[in-house]
Design a protein around this ligand. Structure first.
Ligand code: FAD
Length: 290
């Protein structure tokens, strides 16, 4: 099916994209990789009269280390994230999540900014930015503002971005020594979207116990969420297989799971438990190695 007709604009800068967004209001949509928006347009679930292509805006490009953070431009593709030496060294979980998205075409065009702004409930990167305590920098008519990942995802495909705002970059704090992170998912065999995806970060104290744990889940509801019960269950404990397993058992505490085409609620609950345990084990191995 074809999309409805639209006027194409190529924004040379974030400032121009913001100006075009505020000029055309609800009739306009930003276009990055197009791998989520164009399918919606073909299904007539979105009918923007104006498409504002931001994929080449210079402020949205690149991956750089700056003041103890890794800063990723919103138009960075999944492929660039997966192959970046800086990302693989500092935040291996981000590289492994990006490497597991879709297929080579999706990774070559799809962007981190598009994935986060689209906020699909089964997307991989929302869980990763939550677990890594990232900050998202948005630019709109009123200027720039920083949105903590924790407050960014608000519901089914709903985020804290305002209608005239462009997500410019994502800032990831660089982890302290003895920190390990891992992302694992049970993927849909065709699309590779997460039936369940778990992002885990473990920071070990010098003496050995877990100093700080961050765990986030995707594919379990309308939006990616932190698994607070798992994080609290691990703090201060010696990380053994038994303590990791007991913490993983709490992964769905406070969550309302629903049966869907992939199976009943109990199946989903078990997937979350098993994949949380695996993510914790992988993060622990990296924390000990680092
Ligand atoms: P676009 O489609 O261009 O835009 C998506 C939305 O975000 C639009 O509303 C757009 O206006 C908005 N937007 C884009 N950039 C910005 C910005 N900088 N600021 C504000 N708003 C912005 N995803 C996964 O996580 N895991 C998978 O396994 C997976 N498999 C896929 C398989 C297939 C076959 C396809 C087609 C997609 C798959 N995806 C998967 C989705 C893929 O990651 C998309 O590329 C991504 O969700 C959207 O990124 P995009 O750059 O293509 O955004």
């Amino acid at each position: 099916m074809y999309t409805t007709s639209f006027e194409y604009h190529r924004a040379a800068s974030v400032e121009e994209a913001v100006r075009l967004l505020s000029l055309h209001g609800d009739d306009a949509k930003l276009l990055a990789g197009g791998h989520s928006l164009i399918p919606l347009m073909k299904l007539r679930l979105a009918r923007p009269a104006h498409l504002i292509d931001i994929a080449r805006a210079p402020e949205l490009q690149g991956i750089r280390e700056e003041s103890g953070r890794l800063v990723v431009g919103a138009a960075t593709t999944h492929r660039a994230l997966a192959s970046s030496a800086a990302v693989r060294r500092s935040l291996p979980m981000l590289a492994e999540a990006a490497a597991g998205i879709g297929d080579v075409q999706v990774r070559g065009r799809g962007t981190i900014g598009g994935s986060l702004a689209h906020a699909d409930p089964a997307a991989d990167l929302p869980a990763v930015v939550l677990a890594l305590d990232a900050e998202l920098v948005a630019v709109g008519v009123g200027g720039e503002r920083i949105i903590p990942a924790e407050g960014f995802f608000q519901g089914l495909m709903a985020t804290a971005l305002g209608p005239d705002e462009v997500l410019r970059e994502i800032r990831f704090p660089l982890p302290p020594p003895r920190t390990g992170s891992a992302y694992v998912k049970h993927e849909h065999p065709a699309s590779r979207y997460a039936l369940v995806g778990v992002a885990a970060v473990l920071e070990l104290d010098a003496a050995g116990p877990v100093g700080r744990a961050r765990v986030a889940l995707t594919g379990v509801g309308t939006r990616a969420v932190r698994a607070g019960a798992v994080e609290r269950a691990l703090g201060g404990l010696e990380p053994t297989d038994a303590t990791l397993g007991a913490a993983a058992d709490r992964a769905t505490d406070g969550l309302e799971l629903h049966a869907d085409r992939s199976g009943p609620v109990e199946y989903r609950r078990n997937l979350v438990r098993v994949y949380t345990h695996r993510a914790l084990e992988a993060a622990l191995a990296r924390a000990r190695a680092g």
